[in-house]
Design a protein around this ligand. Structure first.
Ligand SMILES: Cc1cc2nc3c(=O)[nH]c(=O)nc-3n(C[C@H](O)[C@H](O)[C@H](O)COP(=O)(O)OP(=O)(O)OC[C@H]3O[C@@H](n4cnc5c(N)ncnc54)[C@H](O)[C@@H]3O)c2cc1C
Length: 415
């Protein structure tokens, strides 16, 4: 992993032990107008734009307590620096979980995951962090603590800060404490996979998921060398472009019924589905979660598109880099692509001139998750256009962080 000091221009890093100490640090930084960079597990500080102004690192790892876990209410209140693995271990004692796939779970923290609104394959059946954060406490850019939501699932009081802060990349507040809605752990999990010769064949199978009677947890299209010879999916013979993978979770009878129903559905469409062996199931979920952060591709992008247009966008990416690795959360219209060949002419040119217009053509947008020459990236290249939302976003930013101290220069805001 790249050292923190190479990713952020840190003059110093402080590790507050509790919320009161953190609030005091931000208050002092406000008086001195010192930029602040919250640091969770440090697993994705190279995503977004690299900041230029020196500032204070605020390491969140000291705030990792479980505050309250009324398991029968299926909610948990924790501090934001808790790692995803530690959170999962607490929930596992009551056979509950947060059904969001997250890479580097031993290191990534809940605050970082909320700040980046990270999600993976299970988004199809389970939604995103926005569906699970029901209460939040954070410290704004002046050092004032604010709260949103509460500890009960039905809570409609006040402005929905939970949704506002999810995905704000730590630019509106340092998240200190979170209440999550959680779910019972499913008793059984199984995958059905079907290799495809081309994108049209993939499209036929994926289209059939719209009318299927099954309820998948994940609907994925996997393309490229990363999946060519996979322990769970087997070897892709020459002439096959990739594999469509559908994950099911539930009780044993539910899953068995859904697996056989999908087998019949895909056979009728001329596919040749196979079941992923049970002893490979857990490993495949982990590989699906790890994909965005694995390997050494030069450029990693994420597009959010109209689901029915996903395959057209993928065709365009394959023209740019025929050997790129792709994971598409196809049911949701998301495409994560890891590219290494993209010709000359500059990265901004590729993004602003080709990939962003292609995404817009398919009713979506594309952002950069990482690029190995971050200094070449511009705001437009990384985040695309904010469109009509830009001025509203900037006004909200001014209200929460008038001196632009929190993660200055990293997100879609100007300045
Ligand atoms: C825009 C974006 C989109 C991403 N999308 C995906 C995806 O779709 N799939 C995927 O697998 N991975 C994705 N990632 C990677 C994902 O962010 C990491 O795997 C993980 O969620 C980061 O957790 P961390 O604790 O290591 O955070 P860090 O790497 O330490 O921090 C990440 C960001 O969150 C901020 N932050 C951290 N803690 C707090 C806090 N308590 N309060 C406020 N801000 C905080 C940091 O300042 C930083 O900006 C994405 C990253 C970014 C930037």
């Amino acid at each position: 992993m790249i050292a923190l000091t190479e990713l952020l221009p840190l003059s110093d890093t402080l590790t507050p032990a509790d919320q009161a100490e953190l609030t005091q640090i931000v208050r002092e930084a406000y008086v001195d107008a010192t930029p602040i960079y919250p640091i969770g597990g440090g697993t994705s500080l190279d995503f977004g734009l690299a900041p230029r102004d020196a500032g204070l690192g605020l390491a969140m790892r000291g705030l990792k307590r479980v505050i309250d876990y009324p398991a029968r209410d299926m909610t948990i209140t924790v501090e934001a620096g808790i790692t995803i693995d530690a959170l999962a271990a607490s929930l596992a004692k009551e056979r509950q979980w947060l059904p969001i796939d997250l890479p580097n779970a031993h290191q990534a923290t809940l605050g970082g995951v909320i700040a980046t609104n990270t999600y993976g394959a299970r988004r199809y059946g389970n939604g995103t962090m926005r569906d699970y954060v029901i209460g939040i406490a954070a410290v704004d850019g002046r050092g004032s603590m604010f709260h949103g939501g509460g500890r009960v699932v039905k809570n409609v009081a006040g402005y929905d800060f939970c949704k506002l802060l999810t995905g704000s990349l730590g630019t509106l507040g340092v998240i200190t404490q979170v209440t999550l809605k959680v779910k019972p752990r499913p008793e059984c999990s199984r995958f059905v996979a079907c290799r495809v010769r081309n994108l049209q064949a993939a499209d036929r199978l994926l289209e059939s998921m719209v009318t299927t009677r099954t309820m998948p947890a994940a609907v994925e299209l996997l393309i490229g060398p990363a999946w060519q010879n996979d322990a769970a999916l087997g070897q892709l013979p020459a002439g096959e472009i990739g594999v469509v993978v559908v994950g099911f979770e539930g009780t044993e009878p539910e899953v068995a019924w859904m697996v056989s129903t999908l087998f019949n559905q895909w056979h009728r469409l001329g596919g040749n589905p196979v079941a992923v062996p049970d002893d490979q199931t857990e490993g495949l979920w982990t590989r699906l979660a790890q994909f965005p952060v694995e390997g050494s591709a030069a450029l990693v992008i994420k597009a959010s598109l109209r689901p029915s247009r996903t395959q057209n966008f993928i065709a365009g990416i394959l023209q740019i880099d025929p050997s790129c690795d792709i994971q598409s959360h196809a049911g949701n219209g998301n495409v994560i692509a890891r590219l290494s060949q993209f010709g000359s002419g500059g990265i901004s040119n590729l993004l602003v001139g080709a990939l962003q217009p292609a995404a817009v053509e398919h009713d979506g947008k594309v952002i950069v998750l990482s690029y190995n020459q971050p200094s070449e990236l511009t705001r437009q290249a990384v985040w695309g256009s904010t469109g009509d939302a830009g001025s509203i976003m900037e006004e909200i930013k001014r209200r929460f962080d008038p001196k632009n101290l929190l993660n200055r220069g990293r997100f879609a805001y100007a300045g």
